[in-house]
Design a protein around this ligand. Structure first.
Ligand SMILES: [Ca+2]
Ligand SMILES: [Ca+2]
Ligand SMILES: [Ca+2]
Length: 200
């Protein structure tokens, strides 16, 4: 995978992004290439689970050109997420014209303002409760999640980049069947009920 530019785990967050809910440091990626080098997150020692959820704040920084030439001269610019190598999210973003992107704007925090980095306008999204990132089937006790840009028009570097903050990976354990303990509990309740009835 080609990788130029940088990926920083704790890059100072500009005041503009802090003003729309980001903390003082973000995970920052300005890699170029198609696909560009990823932000690579691995979590281990996960409890038994049947699926997982991913949430984060996304900074779509500077001159993202969206889906077609209608909103920016160098499209497409795609933001991707993979879980253990399987794509769970791949959408275009556009900081010139929000109607020229395949990503939803339902979770938009800011659009049309320069929030920092170069003077191009930026946008910000809250990826909490986004359907595509909830209940992702997964059972292994570790997971590798990659966040990266791609597309024939992806320039990276000082032209367009992205940041992540408040990244949270959670697992869903409630729907993991435990037939052994459930059967024992059922037997225990039944015998308890029988014993209570006998004296009357
Ligand atoms: Ca651009
Ligand atoms: Ca900017
Ligand atoms: Ca571009």
């Amino acid at each position: 995978m080609p990788f130029t530019g940088s990926s920083s785990l704790n890059h100072a967050t500009p005041a503009g992004y802090q003003g729309v809910g980001f903390q003082s440091g973000m995970i920052y990626n300005d890699a170029s290439g198609d696909p560009a080098g990823p932000v690579n997150v691995t979590a281990g020692s996960l409890p038994a689970h049947s699926s997982l959820n991913i949430s984060f704040l996304l900074a779509v920084i500077d001159s993202w050109d969206g889906d077609t030439g209608r909103g920016g001269a160098n499209p497409p610019d795609i933001f991707n997420i993979t879980v253990d190598g399987v794509s769970v999210f791949a959408r275009t973003f556009d900081n010139f014209d929000s109607t020229d992107q395949t990503a939803s704007t339902a979770n938009l925090l800011s659009f049309g303002s320069d929030l920092g980095f170069s003077s191009w306008k930026d946008s910000a999204y809250d990826f909490t409760g986004v359907n595509a990132l909830l209940n992702i089937p997964h059972t292994a006790n570790s997971v590798n999640i990659r966040f990266f840009a791609s597309g024939a028009g992806w320039q990276g570097g000082g032209d367009e980049s992205f940041g992540l903050d408040k990244l949270l990976i959670s697992v869903n354990t409630s729907d993991v069947p435990e037939p052994g303990s459930i059967a024992l509990l059922g037997l225990g309740l039944a015998s308890l009920a029988l014993r209570r009835r006998r004296p009357r």
